[in-house]
Design a protein around this ligand. Sequence first.
Ligand code: BV8
Ligand code: ZN
Length: 244
Amino acid sequence: MIEIPQEVIERLKQAKHVAILTGAGVSAESGIKTFRDPDGIWQKLNPAELASIDGFMANPKIVAEWYKMRKDGIDNTTPNPGHEAIAKMQKLFPKFTLITQNVDRLHQRAGSEDVIELHGNIVTNRCFDCNEPYEGDTVLPNGELPKCGKCSGKIRPNVVWFGEMLPQDALMQAEVAAQECDVFFSIGTTAEVYPAGNLPLVAKNSGAFVIEVNPNRTVISQYCDAVLSAPSGMAMPILLEKLK
Ligand code: BV8
Ligand code: ZN
């Protein structure tokens, strides 16, 4: 059981605009590995190397199989109580913005609407060369790599890789929400991947009350107004109950 500071409840009860930034930790209780977990046979290549253009160019098959494995894992999992509580919170405030670094679309499957996806999604794919949308997976059932129907280019997931620009409209919306909100949550993220990781401090510097939900301390914990040291799947339903 965790204690929710009274000030957190008070601030939320008066809030006109609540913004939430989530990271891989929110999906951990759905059984989806965060970026820190050892990734099985790919331990020699770390995610930052795999999740990059160079990684894909150097090892298209390893990267394509990694994404297919992750996507199959997502297809076989469901949103957890943390995703569900966040989806229900959307209706409790005059204005609510959900910003995610996650690519698993579990927030959408839990019922969240207008989700701002800063790092794209792993569910859909496109041609690496001509950006033509591609309906199938990044690896064919026979283990071969698929080719673009239009230009025979390689197929890549619609995620934002390290070294790639974030979608500018999504980033802009996220920054405006961080500047304008009264309460900003940073849930399940190390806040060490940029520019997304800057958002909690943008909110803090713009006068928001910043709440971190994370079982571990992070580089931003010291700047937060409140830290709920608990898994999001436990903390968020408790918080939702207190707000009803
Ligand atoms: C860009 C999609 C520039 C792919 C991802 C030095 C300084 C500043 C920046 C950089 C730098 N060196 C390099 C950069 C740029 C780089 C970056 O920030 N690198 C980091 C490593 C330093 N950033 C980029 O490359 C970005 N692009 O900057 O472009 C540019 C400029 C001009 C022109 C061209 C380019 C692009 C970044 C996006 C990368 N893509 N994902 C894929 O998924 O395969 S990022 C990836 O990391 C995921 O999206 C993930 O969400 C994200 C961040 O990780 P977290 O979400 O925080 O997850 P993590 O595992 O780290 O932590 C989990 C947390 O959950 C932990 O704190 C844990 O305690 C907690 N937790 C665990 N269980 C629970 C829990 N919390 C709650 N409940 C639980 N149950
Ligand atoms: Zn193509």
